[in-house]
Design a protein around this ligand. Structure first.
Ligand code: 5AD
Ligand code: SF4
Length: 427
């Protein structure tokens, strides 16, 4: 989501006449897009800001804007601590960059140190220019904000209440993407399964998928993230019926213990989660399921943690993102008793990652010798002489190919499984 927000900011800057540079020292304007989901991300931002301060000392005309969730939470306080910051804008005010940039360009009276932090209730009705990375896959926002208030999570406080974009606006964006040659889209929302709740039009996520499935030229549809409590039988049926919808779902479990799930305010118990996993696997046998896991949530004892380990064993995810619980401002979990010490959290994280690595590698290994259909995205980041792409169920596949394969579907014979990717040859 943050990456796509950055693409929107880059889109606005491009439309206003700015050119991208990879050399920080050459920049006239720097926008730092921040994340406050965990403390680590926040610390990374402060050290980056310190680095920019040094650059600005030699180049006083450099303008620095801070965007994203830290900007939303800290607001004007950032100016006190970091007087060299010029502009602070929240994740629902990305459009305001345009005005800030234009007033600078026209040399209008430009009060230095301004903010745009009001959560704009109209933000979801705007289609912003986007400067996308790549030319095969595109992110598309379908909704903003979140109403779920999971006890550990800062998102409802920084991104505001849940609001859906109209299906008409989303479809218009998709038609343009298809015209520009994009083949795959990923719909973005904190909880895509509750799409449409605030809209006057009669729309559910299933009906949105059906409407967008008609767009010619878009061959693959993905979406993130699904909240397990809102994953319906109807949506599973729609996924099964619509051939363009990829056989992959990211369905964050967070924890295996009902006690911890309740403390987290996740609104489901493990048994209900498993029912949905069973339904998914029955409807779509080759579906890949991935998840997010938090270890060391307040109150998680050894028995609770073992339930997470057992859950990973039972579900056999294709991959997970696992995190140590991190204290976040404003969130309910701060007030819970029995916070877990850092070394226990680290040990638990290590155990989770080790188990999942074995499961993921085992699953990848079973794909050796199979021929998989891959949509080719471009040169691989780790080795520019190779191309990289993805299968429908989101496995990364690297192979030696031609420039003309980019944007095409190719069949790849898998020769070797790696931990996070597969290597193969074109057939
Ligand atoms: N600590 C650790 N992980 C968190 N996440 C969200 N908030 C926190 C936190 N305070 C994780 C959840 C979520 C993912 C995007 O980030 O697992 O699904
Ligand atoms: Fe955060 Fe929960 Fe909303 Fe996801 S569903 S963004 S974890 S509050």
């Amino acid at each position: 989501m943050n990456v796509h927000d950055s693409e929107k900011m880059a889109g606005i800057l491009s439309e206003t006449g700015y050119m991208r540079t990879d050399v920080t020292n050459d920049a006239d304007v720097i926008v730092l897009n921040t994340c406050s989901i965990r403390d680590k991300a926040e610390q990374k931002f402060y050290s980056e800001l310190g680095r920019l301060n040094k650059i600005k000392k030699n180049r006083p005309n450099l303008k620095i804007a801070v965007a994203g969730c830290i900007a939303q939470q800290k607001g004007e306080i950032l100016f006190n601590k970091f007087p060299y910051v010029d502009y602070v804008l929240g994740p629902n005010n990305i459009d305001s960059l345009q005005e800030w940039i234009s007033s600078r360009a026209q040399n209008k009276e430009h009060r230095s140190q301004t903010t745009a932090l009001q959560i704009n209730p109209e933000y979801h009705t705007k289609t912003l220019p986007v400067r996308r990375e790549g030319r095969v896959r595109a992110w598309v926002s379908i909704m903003y904000g979140c109403d779920n208030y999971c006890a550990y999570c800062v998102v409802p406080y920084t991104r505001g209440r849940e609001r859906s974009r109209s299906s008409h606006d989303i479809k218009t964006e998709l038609i343009k993407l298809a015209k520009d040659g994009f083949k795959e889209v990923t719909f973005l929302g904190q909880n895509v399964n509750s799409y449409g709740k605030n809209l006057l039009e009669d729309s559910s996520f299933s009906s949105l998928l059906k409407a967008l499935h008609e767009v010619d030229g878009i061959d693959r549809i993905r979406f993130v993230t699904s909240h397990p409590k809102d994953l319906s039988e109807k949506l599973i049926k729609t996924m099964k019926e619509l051939p363009k919808v990829c056989n992959h779902i990211h369905l964050p479990l967070q924890a295996g213990s009902d006690k911890v799930l309740s403390l987290m305010n996740r609104k489901y118990i493990f048994g209900e989660y498993m029912e949905k996993v069973t339904m998914l696997k029955q409807a779509i046998p080759d579906i890949a399921i991935t998840s997010d896991i938090i270890v060391g949530f307040p109150g998680e004892d050894d028995a609770d943690f073992n339930m997470t380990i057992n859950a990973l064993d039972e579900i056999q995810y294709d991959g997970i993102f696992a995190f140590k619980y991190s204290k976040r401002p404003d969130t309910k979990a701060l007030d819970l008793p029995d916070h877990i010490n850092e070394s226990t959290k680290s040990a638990r994280l290590k155990k989770v990652l080790k188990l999942q690595e074995e499961i993921t590698f085992g699953k990848n290994k079973r794909l050796e010798g199979k021929v998989l259909k891959v949509l080719v995205e471009g040169p691989s980041n780790s080795d520019k002489s190779r191309l990289t792409g993805r299968t429908g169920n989101n496995k990364i596949v690297n192979f030696y190919g031609d420039e003309k394969d980019i944007g095409q579907f190719v069949n790849i014979n898998i020769l070797q499984a790696r931990q996070h990717s597969l290597f193969g040859e074109k057939v």
